[in-house]
Structures are given as structure tokens and as C-alpha cells.
Design a protein around this ligand. Structure first.
Ligand code: SF4
Length: 540
């Protein structure tokens, strides 16, 4: 059996029913997610085929590829879904490598949803706990080493003992992880914490196991250096086209009917620093779409992130991507974009590189005209903005609300989601001493108004767009059920946000008591909430 087993918890080791966006549902406290909804619709399990996962989260595919490129044999390295560890791990296993994204529920989306809903462990944390129980039990029996890596490692520093972790691994895997594995196999002592060195693009090997939902990385890192962003993204590189095409082919050949580019900014593909390269973008799209056609995959060919300032610099690329994809009102793209704040003071202090080549004082105009440009090309973005910059004043929040109102007046099509600032380990903001996890009580009324303004706009847009968004779900029956659940969830969110606007204490008094995880807890919740309404209705 394999010497190295690679896995992750059930919150990431899934294909999200074909729609990555469903993964955000797992950032909710698990008391708010009925178990059958989670395992049937949000994160259905991946099966085991011939002892391995037939597809896996992209980072695990990359780690496996790095080991194979470093000379490990295929039979020595298995990527395994968490539910099957007991079948695969045995006395031959020397290392279990675990990828983590949000193991303690402290990532920005998770923390924000916990605060807005009145606390509770997230599904992501629940799944991590479950996985580590299994790993600890197997480790007691077989004595392998546990190496944990990925963007969520910062959440586990100081908790190595609790989870019986031997090595925490941050940074890039390709060069450093194979050396670590060799040292462990040779019986050498290894450090408890390792930072993987940055890899030249030519040394990044293509994946061998197909990646869920056809995800392929096209750039790594970002040159804009925002102070709240993960430090591991700073060293910007574009992945060679040849490597990208090989990965797309691995996925399409396996029967996956989608390609999704993962990147911090699609319009920086092939760029020299912050100078975009239109030819490189065109080649990337032309070659990928022609490969998709060969495999009868209709697309559209989506991507994860873009920056509005780059879009305005290279407008032709925005138009080109829309044309070759055949985008329309009924066939849009939904990229994620950082809006962050409407205050020029905050822009200058915390993300002055994001508006470049424009100045921080011009950020508002960049957002308004960039939004118009991408909307005209059928990109309906999910904007996120940050509440809780360390020295944010009420006026900074008013400026953010005004920016959201400005977008609304321009007929903006997209979402605007507030996120509480998180001191992600190693970010410039965290290293400068900021360690606070904000709660609702610490926010001024102007911050609450900014939160409500963004949610209102998002809810209105969700009503219109959710059928298009959910059209990515493969199975028609699942699509129907998820659509019905989504409609109900949007209605619940509307009540939730309007409740917070009327009385922020509703979070503590009502939302914190909701538990719909099981049928029993659902009935109990209904009785509690009804009792609250009766008490509220009684004369004083
Ligand atoms: S532009 Fe985005 S990815 Fe780049 S540093 Fe800023 S927040 Fe991070």
C-alpha cells in the first residue's frame, strides 16, 4: 500500500455538485446547515476508484504531481478522499499529508458569517475535527507522520499537540515538500514548521489526478501587495501555456465537463509586473477554448478573480474574453473581485497598489467605471469589501456605503459582500501587530449601515440571478432541489439582514439560538423562535 497518502477534510474534498460557489455554504455555523443538505448538496463525497480519488481538490493534485516529478513512484503516492482513509492507510504508510483551507473556521467569510449569525463552529471546522479524529486513531495504530499544509495552516499554529500534527507546512510545495518526504522516509529528524520556497514556473509540474470542476491554475501570486492579503501570494508568476494545456487535457480526458482558471487576476496572465499582455491572454483563451471544443465542452470558460484597475488598463482583453466565450445576459461569468473600501484614506493606507496605475484618490472612479465595463461584457462580479480596518472611522464607513449606493444608481449587476477584517497569519497587517477578531458589538452604527447596504444589494441581485448561477449544477434533480433551497435561503437572509438593521441585538436574542442541523433541533428552534415572537408581542 502507499507510503504517502494525501487527503483533506470533507469540506474541501468534494466537487460541490459541480458548482464551487456552494462551498461558501460550508463557512456557515454547522447548526445552520441541515446535515442532509450539507452531504447531499453542498459537499457530496467523492468515491474511491481503484484505491484512489478519481478527482481531487486542485492543491492536492499539485502536491501529488510534485512528488511524482521528484521521482516518487505512482504506487507510492495516493490521493484519497477522507471517508476512505481507513481502507487505504496501513503499516506501509509513512506520511499522511493533509491540505487545509479553513480548519478552525477563522477565514474571512467564515468569521463574518459566525459573527452575523451569533457564533458557532463552522461546517469547515466540524469536518476538520472529524478528519483529525480518524487520522489520530490511525496514527496510534500505524505510527506515520502527519504533515499539514495549505493556506489555512496559520489557524493551526499552537494547536499541533491537540491534533497530533508533526509538521506544519506553509508556502509552495513543489521544491520543498518532496525533500521533506524523503527525509521522513529516511528516518531523519524534521522541523515542526517548514516554509516551502517559491518555485520558478518552469519547475511547476502538471497535475496527474484530475482536479475537481476542471480547476487549473494560470497565475500564481500577485504583485499588488495589499496589507491584509496572504503573504504567500506576493511573488507573481504566470504558468507556462504548455503546462496549462496539459492540465486542461488531463481533466477533459477524464470526462470533466468544465474548465475554470484559478488566478488572483486573470488579466495579468503573461504580464510583466503590472503591465498586462493582451497577446498572452488571447492565446490562453484561444488554445483552451479550442481544446474544450474538441472535447465537446461548452463552457463558458470561467476564472476565479480579476482586478478592476487591470480591466480598465486592458479593456480589449475583457471584450475578447466575452466574445470568445459567447457571453450574454443568459450566459454570464461570476468572478470574485476585491472592492475593499470606498475611503481614499483607507485605500492609501492598506491597499495602495490595487488602483495602480491610478491613485488611491481615484479608486471610487476605478470601481464605478470598471464595474460598468465588466457588466457591459456580462461579467457579474461578487465584490467583497472590508469592515474593521484597525483605524477605520465612521466617515470611512460612510464613504463605503456611498460607493455601494453609487453602484446601485449606475444599475450595477453583481453582489457586494462585507467581510470582517481578519488578521491572517503572516500578512503585513498581522505582522504590524494587529491580532483582533472583530465582533459585531465593537462596530459603530456607520459600519452596520455599510454592512446592510451591501447585503441589500446582494439579496436583490440574488433573486434575479440565482437560477443562472445554479445552472452549473450537473444533475437536474439536484439543481431543482438546490434552487428551491437557495430561494428559501435568500428569503431568510433578507429577514436576517432587515432584523439586524432594526435591532442588532437580534443576533444574540434570536439568531444565536437557531439550530436546524437535525430534525429534532429544527423543531426545538421553531418552538424557541415562536416563543420569542410571542414575548415580543406582549404589552410591556
Ligand atoms: S490585489 Fe487581491 S490578490 Fe493581490 S495582493 Fe491585493 S487582495 Fe491580494
Amino acid at each position: 500500500m502507499p507510503k504517502v497518502v494525501l487527503t483533506s477534510d470533507q469540506a474541501t474534498f468534494t466537487d460541490f455538485n459541480g458548482l464551487d460557489a456552494l462551498g461558501f455554504g460550508l463557512c456557515l455555523p454547522y447548526r445552520l446547515v441541515p446535515a442532509f443538505v450539507q452531504y447531499k448538496f453542498l459537499s457530496p463525497p467523492i468515491p474511491l476508484v481503484n484505491g484512489r480519488a478519481p478527482l481531487a481538490p486542485y492543491p492536492l493534485c499539485k502536491v501529488e504531481a510534485a512528488l511524482l516529478a521528484a521521482g516518487f513512484k505512482r504506487e507510492d503516492v495516493y490521493v484519497v478522499p477522507p471517508n476512505y482513509l481507513r481502507q487505504v492507510v496501513d503499516k506501509d504508510t509513512a506520511i499522511v499529508g493533509i491540505h487545509v483551507l479553513d480548519p478552525m473556521g477563522l477565514a474571512p467569510v467564515s468569521w463574518t458569517l459566525r459573527v452575523l449569525s451569533g457564533s458557532g463552529d463552522t461546517c469547515t471546522h466540524y469536518e476538520f475535527e472529524g478528519l483529525m479524529e480518524t487520522v489520530k486513531e490511525l496514527k496510534r495504530r500505524y505510527g506515520f507522520k502527519v504533515v499539514v499544509g495549505g493556506p489555512g495552516v496559520w489557524q493551526l499554529k499552537g494547536l499541533e499537540g491537540r491534533y497530533d500534527i508533526d509538521v506544519l507546512f506553509e508556502g509552495e510545495a513543489e521544491l520543498t515538500f518532496p525533500k521533506l518526504v524523503k527525509d521522513i522516509l529516511d528516518g531523519k529528524e524534521v522541523p515542526k514548521y517548514i516554509f516551502g520556497e517559491s518555485v520558478p514556473p518552469s519547475l511547476i509540474p502538471p497535475i496527474v489526478t484530475p482536479s475537481r470542476n476542471g480547476v487549473v491554475q494560470v497565475t500564481r501570486g500577485c504583485p499588488r501587495r495589499c496589507r491584509f492579503c496572504s503573504p504567500t501570494v506576493f511573488n507573481f508568476r504566470s504558468i507556462p501555456l504548455n503546462t496549462i494545456m496539459r492540465e486542461v487535457k488531463v481533466n477533459l480526458r477524464s470526462g470533466i465537463k468544465a474548465v475554470g482558471f484559478t488566478t488572483e487576476d486573470i488579466l495579468l496572465y503573461g504580464a510583466n509586473g503590472l503591465r498586462p499582455n493582451l497577446d498572452a491572454i488571447k492565446k490562453l483563451y484561444d488554445q483552451t477554448i479550442s481544446l474544450m471544443r474538441r472535447y465537446r465542452v461548452e463552457g463558458p470558460l470561467g476564472f476565479s478573480h480579476v482586478t478592476l484597475s487591470t480591466a480598465l488598463v486592458v479593456k480589449e482583453a475583457v471584450k475578447y474574453i466575452s466574445e470568445v466565450n459567447g457571453l450574454s445576459e443568459d450566459r454570464p461569468l461570476f468572478p470574485q473581485v476585491g472592492l475593499e473600501s470606498g475611503s481614499p484614506r483607507i485605500v492609501a493606507k492598506y491597499f495602495s497598489g490595487k488602483p495602480y496605475p491610478w491613485k488611491p484618490s481615484e479608486w471610487r472612479d476605478v470601481v464605478i467605471s470598471g464595474s460598468k465595463l465588466i457588466n457591459d461584457n456580462y461579467w457579474y462580479p461578487c465584490y467583497t469589501y472590508i469592515i474593521g480596518f484597525p483605524d477605520a472611522t465612521p466617515n470611512d464607513y460612510v464613504l463605503t456605503t456611498e460607493l455601494i449606493d453609487g453602484l446601485r444608481e449606475e444599475g450595477f449587476k453583481g453582489w457586494t459582500f462585507p467581510l470582517l477584517l481578519i488578521p491572517i497569519g503572516g500578512t503585513l497587517i498581522e505582522r504590524s501587530g494587529y491580532k483582533e477578531f472583530l465582533t459585531f458589538k465593537r462596530l459603530p452604527q456607520e459600519a452596520i449601515d455599510a454592512i446592510v447596504a451591501g447585503w441589500r444589494l446582494s439579496i436583490e441581485f440574488s433573486y434575479k440571478e440565482y437560477p443562472k448561477l445554479l445552472s452549473g449544477i450537473r444533475n437536474p434533480l439536484t439543481r431543482k432541489v438546490v434552487s428551491a433551497l437557495a430561494k428559501r435561503a435568500i428569503e431568510a437572509m433578507k429577514e436576517w439582514i432587515e432584523g439586524i438593521k432594526r435591532d442588532p441585538e437580534i443576533i444574540e436574542k434570536v439568531f444565536s439560538k437557531v439550530n436546524i442541523r437535525t430534525a429534532y433541533s429544527l423543531i426545538k428552534t421553531l418552538l424557541t423562535v415562536e416563543a420569542y415572537k410571542v414575548v415580543q408581542a406582549l404589552p410591556a
